[in-house]
Design a protein. Structure first.
Length: 124
């Protein structure tokens, strides 16, 4: 039996601000549906990912900004760092560890993301 992770809820305080930020970061807007005054569903997917994020109204009881260490992986951490920087996303300097090279960013609510190149830059 396969079990696939398809969708992760991200707690945000301002749906439109979050959508603009994730579009700025390069995520694709898949859905934006207002179901009622209490429910709005926005789904966005990082380029090349099989898993999406969702945020909106009435989707989660988590406090905005409480999600920590969501992780995405890339083949080239320096290219990812440059692309995010060029898009105006504030990212940390790249750090190298035995298990990979990382840069970090946070959305406007403070939900924190790690971007990992699985093979450290200095391994080659």
């Amino acid at each position: 039996m396969d079990i696939t992770l398809e969708l992760v809820a991200i707690p945000v305080s301002d749906v439109d601000r979050a959508k603009a930020f994730y579009e700025q970061a390069g995520f694709h807007a898949d859905h934006d549906h207002t179901v009622s005054d209490e429910v709005r569903f926005v789904q966005m997917t990082p380029p090349g990912s099989a898993c999406s994020i969702a945020f909106g109204l009435g989707l989660t009881q988590m406090a905005p900004g409480s999600l920590d260490n969501m992780q995405v992986c890339v083949d080239d951490i320096e290219a990812a760092h440059a692309a995010l920087t060029e898009r105006g996303v504030e990212v940390s300097p790249v750090e190298d560890f035995p298990w990979g090279s990382f840069t970090y960013f946070a959305d406007p609510d403070g939900n924190r993301w790690a971007v990992q190149q699985k093979v450290p830059r200095d391994a080659g």
